[in-house]
Each structure stands twice: as C-alpha cells, then as structure tokens.
Write a protein that binds this ligand. Structure first.
Ligand SMILES: Nc1ncnc2c1ncn2[C@@H]1O[C@H](COP(=O)(O)OP(=O)(O)OP(=O)(O)O)[C@@H](O)[C@H]1O
Ligand SMILES: [Mg+2]
Length: 503
C-alpha cells in the first residue's frame, strides 16, 4: 500500500490562521522558533484521528486570537485513490467531512480504519511514536509482521532425542497442550511416586519382620520325620482301637444275651404253668376231645420252640465268650501321649511353614511394589524430559525468531526474550543502539533509531507512508526513508517557509 499526502489546509488551527501545505516527495518546513512547524506535525494526525502526533488529546482552538471555528482538511492518495478528510471544531463540537460530504463520526472513523491501522499510521508517520508505546505493544507490532519459525525449523536445531520425542507428540497436540498435559501429569506422578516409594518401604519393613529363621527345606524334612513318627504310632493306636472296640462290643452283646436268658427262665415257668382251657375262648362252648388234644399239642410245640430258642442264645453267648477270651485289651495311653507330644512339635513347624508362604506372598508384593515404583518414576522422568524439551524448544524458537527479527535491523539490536533463573523463556522487548537503551539516546540518535524502526515496519507491513521528522536540524545525517519525507528545521531569523520538492 502506498499512502501519500497531497495537501493540508489549516484554518484557525493553533497559531495558524490560514495555512496550506502542498507536499512533495520531500517537503521542507523551515522557520525560526515558534513559527508553527511542530503545529503542522500535529495537524495531520488531528485531522485523521483528532489527536496530536503522539496520539494524545489535543484541543487546537486558538488561544491568542478570536476564531469562530477550527477547520482542517487533508488530501490523501491511497494507492492512487484520493480521499479528502476534513475535521471542524466549533464551540467544542466536532464535524467530520469526507470528500466534502459531511459525515457522522462513526462513518468517518470507519473510513479511516479501512484506510490504515492506527498504530501503524502513527509509527510510520512519527519516528518518535513507537517508543512511547508499552513494550508489549511494541513487541506485538514488530512480531505482527515477522512470522515465528515453524516447528519443523525449530526441531531441526534441537538435540535428536528431544526433537524426536516432541515431533511425535506434535502429531497429536500443539506445544502448549503438550506442556499442559505433562505439567499436569508431572504433578500427579510426583505424588504417585512418593506414595509408591512409601508403599515399597512399608512392605519391605513388613517383609523384614516376617523373615523366616529356618530354611523351608529343613522345616519340611523335620516335619516329614515327625509326621512319619506320628503316623506309625497312630497305626498302632488305630488297630488297638479296633481290638478294644471289639472287646467292648462283645462284652455288651454277652451282657444282653445274659439278661435275655434270665428273662426266658421266668417266661418258661409261665409257659409251663399255662392251663389248657376246656371251653372255646370265643364261643365259650366246651371243647371237644380232639380240640383239647390239639391245644395240648400246641402248648408242647411252643415249649419245644422256646427251649430251642433258649439253647440257641446260650450257644451264641458261649461263642461270643470264647471269642472274648481270645482277645486282650490293649492299653494305648502311652502312645496317645506320645502322639500328643509329637503334634506339639509339629504345630510350630507348620506355623513356620505357613509363615514361609506368607513371606513368599509378601515378597511378591514387594517385587510388584518395586516394579510399580520404577514404572511411575519412568513416567515421571518422561514428563520431566518432555517439559525440559519444551523449554529447549521455546528457547530455540525464541533464538531463531530473535535472529530473524535482528536480521531486519542495521544498527538497532532487538531483544525479544529473556531467560529466567529457572530456565523459562519469557517475552520481553528491548531496543538498543550501540549498546544503549532508547531512553539514553541523544536527540539525533533517537530520531535515527525511530527512522530505522519505522523503516522495518514499513518494509514488513508493505505499507509505504509519509514520515515527519521534526527538529531535523539536530540531525546531520540519516538514511533516506521510504515514503514521503517531511522535514522541519529551525532556521534563525526566518519566517515559516514550506517547500515541496520532487526527489
Ligand atoms: N492553541 C494555540 N493557539 C495559539 N497559539 C498556540 C496554541 N498552541 C500553541 N501556540 C503557539 O504556537 C506557536 C507555534 O508553535 P510550534 O510548536 O508550532 O512552533 P515551532 O515552529 O515548532 O517552534 P520550535 O522551533 O520552538 O519548535 C508557539 O508560539 C506556541 O506557543
Ligand atoms: Mg517545534
């Protein structure tokens, strides 16, 4: 974009009652002090924005003479298209005119905003303006036109390990998201690692307490020996138990057969004494002889049967008595005592063996805890590595961007970043000329610094615009800027003179 000033007309603007400036490629404004040179500098931004050349409030109403109203107009050429901007101030009220048509403030400002960016306009027009901005604004403006190096370019300048890992992560997330993720997981894993360490410690202590004093193998050998001994004795006590049980059972069977025999003796007397009835038990009729005989025969038969049964239980008992006589009661109390003693030895060994198993289980838990702890530490270290890599990335990115920006300047050195004590890279903005900060520069140095900076902004933004160098008598030599050059110089004893010349 090419912006040119064609002419400026001032009526009742501060000390100027009526002044027209016709600009050339180079416009020289000369005159003694107080002839109104700087007033022309302020009148241009006032027409466009209503402020002075440093973008501060300005009331140009004349104070040394009576005037009805202040009227200014600036004829501009923007990329070959002419625009006439006018502003009038009457009794504190502002009127706006675009191409001789009265407009509303909104309309006017919209047209102006479409023409050019305000900050850029001021920075290009007034070499002193840029340095009055807040450093963040200065930095943003400059970087607005200098693209940051692309990730690939930064990674190329980083150590392989860091570059590879970041390159991988950058496929999925942007750098700031990767940083968020790993900051979060570092905090989490830090805690997790402390917890894992303390779990391992506790389990190891528990394991130490459970450490068996006797080896499992020798316990097993000892136990097997004792169990064998016990089993052998129990074989004896078991068979003795069978024998003694048999004796007890025989004895009680004999006893019951004996009492059965006594009862039979009583029953037999009753049976023998039983009288034969001569009448029918049912119809009470006297029984016939054959019936009586039959009853007698029946009684005899029952007596025989009874005797047979009696003999049988006697024989049965005698058989049992014979068997009993062949058996001896075996006393196993000594063996049982021995078994008890052995069992008392077995119990602690079995406890010891189960302790071994518990120890083994705990050992497994300890191993798992150690593995978990290591895994957590590995993840933690990975997050730390990524965060360090991001720091390195940012440092390299800053360095490359710094170099890129620096390459645009001749005598100014630009600092875009500072490295904090913790290694973090923080944006900053410092402009130095020959090792001196702007504030320390002389008038001419300041103007030269401003001209170099506006030149870079002009080139980077691709906007060529006029520049006004006020008090140019103080500077003997400077590089010709791009765009129209307006110079104001003090010339002693001279009235205000304005010369527009083509270069
Ligand atoms: N509102 C105003 N009304 C009338 N005159 C004003 C007003 N404001 C400033 N002046 C005066 O206008 C005159 C011109 O000022 P200006 O700053 O333009 O002079 P200059 O040519 O730049 O001088 P120098 O060489 O000292 O920089 C000065 O005398 C100043 O006091
Ligand atoms: Mg001046």
């Amino acid at each position: 974009m090419l912006v040119k000033f064609i002419s400026l007309n001032l009526i009742n603007f501060k000390s100027h009652r009526d002044l027209t400036v016709n600009f050339g490629e180079r416009t020289e404004i000369t005159g003694d002090n107080t002839k109104g040179k700087s007033t022309i500098l302020d009148a241009i931004p006032w027409t466009v924005y209503g402020t002075d050349a440093l973008n501060s409030k300005l009331d140009p109403t004349p104070v040394t003479y009576e005037a009805e109203e202040t009227m200014v107009s600036l004829l501009l050429d923007v990329d070959g298209k002419q625009v006439l901007l006018g502003r009038e101030l009457k009794k504190g009220k502002t009127k706006y005119i675009i191409n001789e048509v009265p407009s509303k403030a909104g309309e006017f400002n919209e047209i102006v905003d479409q023409l050019f960016d305000k900050e850029l306009f001021f920075s290009l027009f007034n070499p002193n303006y840029f340095f009055t901005l807040h450093w963040e604004k200065q930095r943003a403006m400059l970087l607005n036109y200098v693209t940051a190096p692309v990730n690939k370019e930064v990674l190329k300048h980083m150590p392989d390990g860091q570059a590879l890992e970041l390159q991988n992560l950058l496929k999925k997330h942007c750098l700031s998201d990767i940083e968020k993720i790993h900051k979060e997981s570092k905090t989490k894993l830090d805690k997790q690692h402390i917890a894992a360490q303390s779990r391992t410690k506790t389990l190891k202590e528990q394991l130490e307490d459970l450490k068996p004093s006797v080896a499992l193998d020798s316990l097993k050998v000892e136990l097997a020996q004792l169990v064998k001994e016990r089993n052998e004795i129990e074989n004896v006590t078991d068979s003795a138990g069978d024998n003694n049980g048999r004796i007890n059972r025989l004895q009680s069977k004999i006893n019951s057969l004996l009492s059965e025999r006594e009862q039979m003796k009583v029953d037999f007397q009753k049976l023998k004494a039983e009288e034969i009835q001569d009448t029918c038990r049912v119809c009470k009729q006297p029984l016939k002889d054959e019936s009586l005989e039959a009853a007698e025969a029946d009684k005899q038969k029952r007596i025989q049967e009874f005797k047979a049964r009696y003999d049988q239980i006697v024989i049965q008992r005698k058989d049992l008595e014979t068997e009993l006589a062949g058996l001896d009661y075996i006393d196993v109390s000594e063996q049982l005592e021995k078994v008890r003693e052995i069992q008392e030895k077995i119990n602690p060994i079995e406890r010891e063996i189960s302790n071994h198993k518990q120890f083994e289980r705990l050992q497994e838990q300890v191993n798992q805890a150690i593995a978990d702890e290591k895994e957590t530490l590995d993840s933690l270290n990975f997050s730390i590595f990524i965060l360090d890599s991001i720091k390195a990335f940012k440092a390299k990115e800053a360095e490359l961007q710094g170099e890129k920006v620096q390459a645009l300047f001749d005598s100014l050195s630009i600092k875009l970043f500072e490295t904090l004590k913790n290694g973090e890279i923080k944006p900053t903005f410092e402009i130095m000329m020959d090792g001196k900060e702007y504030k320390k520069l002389s008038l001419s140095e300041g103007i030269r610094a401003g001209l170099e900076l506006r030149e870079v902004l002009s080139k980077q933004s691709e906007i060529i615009a006029p520049v006004f160098v006020d008090n140019a008598e103080s500077i003997t030599k400077f590089k010709e800027p791009s765009g129209q050059l307006i110079l104001s110089r003090v010339v002693a004893g001279q009235e205000l003179k304005i010369e527009g010349v083509e270069r």
